[in-house]
Ligand binder design. Structure first.
Ligand code: SIN
Length: 292
């Protein structure tokens, strides 16, 4: 994997076809149209981009950078019990954090492991991109893993591709990515009763037109039209093809890292970390559309 440079922007691939570092771009300033074009092209090619050394970026600068990728999406439900946004003046910015202030978590996910998932795939319309900015990181743990879902689809045996070509899957809305039951939701006893959006198992990226396997998350997933046993067996077979080391890359965070990933062709998961240490990420999300 070798780096390519256009003007002052250097793109260095990091993983096996997924993940690249961009150097030479200061996210605290507005991107010029040419820089924006290079960054967009690199993002579509590498699916996850990392910008290092962006310490001191203000929340407004994070929001302005995020808007290069589309319209900001509504933030997920606040982690605190007051229902108030994390930052009153930035309702589209959330925290992913284990920090607790006055007995209230300031952000989502705590210090738990997050299972493989695609962000908010249980909704009818799903975000195109998610962006994390690392403000505090623990001395170890909390790494974030990414899986290239184009590569997973491309490598499926032809017979499996034919089998799933017109199938859809229900994406469970009841649990968060740390596997916890969301407030007000009932435990799913039988995946045939799972509540959540129904999406095609093979989706087409609206810009690249490439096909990607779209699994969302494993727990409580169900393929309507199949018996429960058939659905479980088929989902297990598909998951076995995904998340192999050949198609994944792991981000080990440094303070000042900004990461953007394409939810239309990737899944991700996060390692747990010591609850006595602190991790704080600011997060934005870009609105997408209904997967097809
Ligand atoms: C997530 O699963 O969206 C959070 C990733 C992270 O905390 O690194």
């Amino acid at each position: 994997m070798s780096a390519t440079a256009i003007e002052d922007i250097v793109v260095t691939p990091l993983g096996p076809g997924i993940g690249a570092q961009i150097d030479g771009v200061n996210l605290r300033e507005a991107l010029s149209p040419a820089t924006r074009e290079h960054v967009m092209a690199a993002w579509l090619q590498h699916k996850v981009l990392r910008f290092r050394g962006q310490q001191g970026m203000s929340t407004q600068q994070l929001v302005d950078f995020s808007k290069n990728f589309g319209e900001l999406d509504r933030a997920p439900t606040p982690a605190n019990k007051t229902g108030k946004p994390y930052l009153a003046e930035f309702p589209n910015v959330t925290a992913i954090s284990n920090i607790v202030i006055d007995g209230q978590p300031i952000g989502g996910l705590g210090s738990y492991e997050a299972e493989w998932h695609t962000d908010m795939s249980y909704n009818e319309s799903t975000p195109s991109a998610s962006i994390l900015y690392a403000i505090e990181i623990p001395p170890s743990g909390g790494d974030t893993w990414f899986c290239d879902m184009y590569a997973v689809y491309d490598a499926l045996p032809a017979q499996l591709k034919t089998r799933i070509a017109n199938l859809k899957c229900v994406h469970d809305a009841s649990r968060n990515s740390a596997g916890m039951l969301r407030k007000g939701w009932k435990e799913v006893a039988d995946p045939r009763e799972t509540i959540g959006a129904l999406h095609p198992i093979v989706r087409t990226h609206p810009i690249t037109q490439r096909k990607a396997l779209f699994l969302g998350r494993r727990l409580n997933a169900y393929i309507p039209g199949l018996s429960l046993d058939e659905s479980e067996a088929l989902l297990d077979a598909l998951w076995q093809h995904a998340v192999r080391s050949e198609v994944t890359w792991v981000q080990q965070w440094k303070i000042g890292d900004v990461l953007i990933w394409d939810n239309r062709c990737t899944m991700h998961r996060r390692d747990s970390f010591d609850a006595e240490t602190r991790r704080l990420m600011h997060r934005t999300q870009i609105a997408g559309d209904r997967p097809y």
